[in-house]
Design a protein around this ligand. Structure first.
Ligand SMILES: [Zn+2]
Ligand SMILES: [Zn+2]
Length: 466
């Protein structure tokens, strides 16, 4: 496998060539994918028994389904496995608030117990079924495959599972699937809001990657250009085909599915969700965390992320226009809230979740000397920082028009949220995770709070209230 002249891995951007792969890289990491196959084609489900032959015969297979995915593909999966002489057991996750199952510890324990003595787990579904099957099979040390039923998120090929724990959404490192079955005809029948959500999640790529780059440049966090390249080409094709994706055209759905699988692989290759999850994701996670406290039902991840990407793209536009020479570093260092101030702010905003949130936030809080040093670095390198993200960022209005052409939500009204949710999310979502994002950059530059109102209005994400 080739590397460039600095030793950075040159990774292929086609699914076939990435499955599986292991490439040492000068970033210090061996970029690895263990997933062996992905089938995106009509009739792909029929090939599942052949695909799992290598695991042996007479396997005990646990299918993780919900009431809807059982009908869509679970029944057929079970028949196919039975005709190949495997013993199948169904683990159906019960519907909860919002009429769907949740990725929580209760379901995790349920799947874990059904998987006792199992040889293989098969998730039939999308977000929740996949996360629960992925993490519980990992805890049982057995492989898992996934039969995708909606092109709604990029978690199929990632090796992390997002689970709600003690009221806080956490991503837990586990394992990737052995393989993925994605039949475009099944996926095209998914509810249109789920297809739009998949596109919304993918359109966060520009801001998420930009945050990933800035965290490397400003904080020295791990960064490698190889993983992000894997998905860029596919994401552009999706942006160009947004309209056909929105109308459920199977060819567009195949493009979207492939890009989502590549997006998941980019996280696997990077060893973290950073290339695909920045400040826009934190705002969406924050809304998910506050949903049960407010008696609200969690919205679709990708639908929320599409809207928050418009918001953070707008934030980027504001930050870029700042005049660094106008920043008075000494007075900023003196007036910045210290860790005690932040503890009480977090207590007020996050209520019962404050302790969990504070544990995350304090990991990225700099002391005064560190803060001064960081501000000096940003001010002295202001233009060159923007030069490093220019090739990836999209103007907010372009993000919005891509989402609109696929009939994806573009404002909080369409998400069932209020202006207050948007304001609190923009100001405080950064507190929930230790990761440095553009939200932290804006806070460190002292502009997040003073500019929040202007950013929200300029984003147009208040809908008719804008
Ligand atoms: Zn690397
Ligand atoms: Zn996402």
């Amino acid at each position: 496998m080739s590397v460039d002249k600095t030793g950075i891995a040159l990774l292929p951007s086609s699914l076939d060539k990435l499955l599986p792969i292991s490439v040492p890289c000068s970033c210090g990491r061996t970029h690895q994918v263990e997933t062996r196959w992905a089938e995106i084609q009509k009739g792909a489900l029929e090939n599942l028994p052949d695909r799992i032959k290598e695991l042996g015969s007479n396997l005990k297979v646990v299918l993780v389904v919900d009431a809807r995915t059982m009908q869509i593909a679970g029944q057929r999966t079970s028949e196919l496995l039975a005709s190949a002489s495997h013993k199948t057991e169904i683990c159906q996750l019960p519907d909860k608030a919002g009429g769907r199952p949740h990725a929580d510890e209760e379901n995790l324990n349920l799947a874990f117990s059904v998987m006792e003595n199992a040889d293989l787990a098969v998730a039939v579904g999308s977000g929740t079924c996949n996360d629960i099957a992925k993490l519980s099979s990992f805890k049982r040390s057995i492989p898992y495959c996934v039969v995708a039923t909606a092109p709604s998120m990029n978690g199929y090929t990632s090796s992390i599972a997002a689970i709600m724990k003690n009221g806080v959404k956490r991503t837990i490192e586990c394992h990737g699937p052995l393989g993925v079955i994605a039949d475009p005809e099944i996926l095209a029948k998914a509810p249109t809001e789920l297809i739009a959500a998949g596109l919304g999640d993918l359109e966060s790529k520009p801001t998420a990657t930009s945050d990933y780059r800035l965290a490397g440049l400003i904080r020295g966090d791990y960064y490698c250009p190889a993983p992000e390249k894997v998905v860029l080409e596919a994401e552009q094709k999706v942006a160009d085909a947004a309209q056909s994706i929105g109308s459920g055209d199977p060819e567009g759905i195949s493009l979207l599915t492939e890009a989502l699988l590549l997006s998941g692989l980019s996280m696997k290759l990077a060893g973290s969700s950073s290339p695909a999850s920045g400040g826009e994701h934190l705002i969406s996670h924050f809304w998910d965390m506050t949903a049960p406290l407010e008696g609200r039902v969690e919205g679709w991840h990708g639908a929320q992320v599409g809207v928050t990407t418009i918001v953070t793209s707008t934030l980027y536009e504001f930050l870029r226009k700042l005049d660094p020479s106008s920043l008075d570093i000494e007075s900023m260092v003196d007036s910045r809230p210290d860790l005690n101030d932040m503890r009480s702010t977090i207590g007020e905003v996050h209520g019962p979740l404050a302790e969990e949130v504070f544990v995350q936030f304090k990991q990225k809080h700099l002391d005064k000397a560190g803060y001064r040093k960081e501000l000096e670095f940003i001010v002295n390198n202001f233009q060159s920082l923007w030069d490093k993200v220019d090739d990836i960022l999209r103007p907010a209005h372009v993000v919005k028009s891509i989402l609109k052409s696929a009939n994806a939500p573009v404002d909080i009204h369409q998400l069932g949220l209020t202006p207050k949710h948007l304001e609190t999310g923009l100001l405080h979502a950064r507190e929930i995770r230790s990761r440095f994002t553009v939200l932290d950059l804006a806070a460190e530059l002292g502009v997040l709070k003073p500019m929040a109102d202007k950013i929200i209005h300029a984003s147009g994400c208040l809908g008719s209230l804008s």
